[in-house]
Design a protein around this ligand. Structure first.
Ligand code: IFM
Length: 478
């Protein structure tokens, strides 16, 4: 991704730097369907979504948006929206069934055809290696709690790079490893649905190690100009008050929510305060072996940031149970060592997910991340919002709430760039309505509406707004 110098904004528009990359993102399990076709084996999400009570309405990704069969139409749609880049994820169990051994021709061939279609349309493909669909066979040997899974992930990265590396110039290794580790193995609201704080911390370390192994594998197999990133859902943590106890709550959540990944990936190792906060849960000296932190620190070219909402926290209140609105319903906390920190929903508007709408959180996050990691370019690999999106009689979706969300968040990105953050691009989440994990098809994040009965795609008003934004490389002044 080229360097993007800041230019003077037009009077009535907030102009982005020349070369700023505009895209949209999706993930394999959320859109592909074809769950049992061409040799694909189950992932942890196939198993989890079939477990009664885990996903709303018993929804699964069996068909989803049927993108596996409709990818050509979907690329045409992307072209019509003027997308410059498309971020998608590769399904590990489609490429390497069972997570071990050789790749399948059919699995790789699907992604080769998708990438060719994108390149023919002038759209830059951006591949994510892992967006949560671990092969179920690897979960049965421990999943991310097992060190072995990190080694398998490195091998899978090699298979993917050898097949697609001549055509994909930007890769991200993991998408939101916080969710994989802490929602998957801590609170259990995501697959595989395990609820052990020690397992969650083990999973976090092995995801980090997997990132390191995959980064090394990609570097070894890919042309020198290829860029490698990781996509983190960094929590913009805000203390409720300036009381030292609230500040400490914010520090703790920042440690187990953010620095558990950025520490070893970007700052030379796990932070001492995280190790102290969680020492009673896991023995870090056994978990982290000599050489692991060096492997995780393999240099990356860009940091992907996924942002939706800030996290407002306060100190535990003696005698009351902690409240954690942020990440789904569970009796188990996704915050090992900081289970009793309180989370607060700030006053004001929320999205259909119940997440508070706060573009200043994105500005603050970009500025803080730039300051913490100077010289590392940033790219927003996800940002967007779910809203109810009821089609009107004419079949159109007038999603002005989503336009407002995107507009305000892009204005925040513009401001951060003006204040010195090196942000190279923005990927809207999501291109299409899709399978929103434990919420099934109830929540709609797409710029394009999907009728799951007919698979009809209808661009929403926000899609047209985003197309104009891309065309102008700017948004109106707010
Ligand atoms: O749909 C998810 C995506 O898979 C990961 N980031 C957050 C999105 C909205 O919840």
């Amino acid at each position: 991704m080229p360097e993007t110098p800041v230019t003077a904004p037009a009077v009535d528009r907030l102009s982005f730097p020349p070369g700023f990359l505009w895209g949209a993102a999706t993930a394999a399990y959320q859109i592909e369907g074809a769950a049992a076709e061409d040799g694909r084996t189950p992932s942890i999400w196939d198993t989890f979504s079939r477990t009664p009570g885990k996903v709303a309405n018993g929804d699964t990704g069996d068909i989803a948006c049927d993108h596996y069969h409709r990818y050509r139409t979907d690329v045409t749609l992307m072209s019509e929206l003027g997308l410059q880049a498309y971020r998608f994820s590769l399904s590990w169990p489609r490429i390497q069934p069972g997570g071990r051994g050789p790749a399948t021709f059919a699995g790789l061939d699907f992604y080769r055809r998708l990438v060719d279609e994108l390149l023919d349309a002038g759209i830059q493909p951006v591949a994510t290696l892992y967006h949560w669909d671990l092969p179920q066979a690897l979960e049965e040997t421990g999943g991310w709690t097992a060190r072995e899974t990190a080694e398998r992930f490195g091998e899978y990265a090699t298979l993917a790079a050898e097949a697609l590396g001549d055509r994909v110039a930007l890769w991200t290794t993991l998408n939101e490893p916080w969710c994989s580790a802490f929602l998957g193995y801590g609170s259990g609201v995501h697959a595989p649905g395990r609820t052990d704080p020690a397992d969650a911390l083990r999973a976090a370390h092995h995801l980090n190690l997997g990132h390191g192994r995959a980064t090394a594998a990609l570097r070894a197999a890919l042309p020198a100009h290829t860029q490698i990133a990781a996509s983190l859902n960094l929590h913009q943590v805000r203390p409720l008050t300036t009381d030292p106890a609230d500040l400490d709550a914010a520090r703790r959540i920042d440690a187990v929510g953010n620095r558990i990944f950025t520490g070893p990936m970007l700052s030379g190792g796990y932070p001492a305060d995280l190790l102290a906060d969680t020492a009673h849960i896991v023995d870090w000296n056994t978990l982290v072996r000599p050489g692991d932190e060096a492997a995780i620190a393999a240099p990356i070219d860009l940091l992907g940031i996924n942002y939706y909402t800030p996290a407002v926290v306060s100190a535990p209140t003696p005698g009351t149970a902690a409240v954690n609105h942020a990440h789904g319903e569970s009796d188990h906390s996704p915050w090992p060592g900081s289970e009793d920190v309180n989370f607060h929903l700030p006053p004001g508007d929320t999205t259909d997910m119940g997440w508070s709408i706060d573009p200043t959180g994105l500005y603050d996050l970009l500025m803080a991340t730039s300051r913490a990691h100077p010289g590392l370019p940033l790219v927003i690999t996800e940002n967007g919002a779910a809203f109810p999106d009821v089609p009107t009689e004419d079949g159109q979706i007038h999603d002005h709430d989503r336009i407002d969300y995107l507009h305000r968040h892009l204005a925040a990105v513009h401001r951060a760039i003006g204040d010195g953050a090196d942000v190279r691009g923005y990927f809207l989440w999501s291109l299409l309505d899709n399978f929103e994990w434990a919420y099934g098809y109830e929540k709609r994040f797409g710029a394009v509406h999907v009728d799951y009965t007919t698979q009809l795609r209808t661009p929403k008003a926000s899609a047209r707004w985003y197309a104009r934004t891309i065309g102008a490389n700017s948004v109106p002044v707010l």
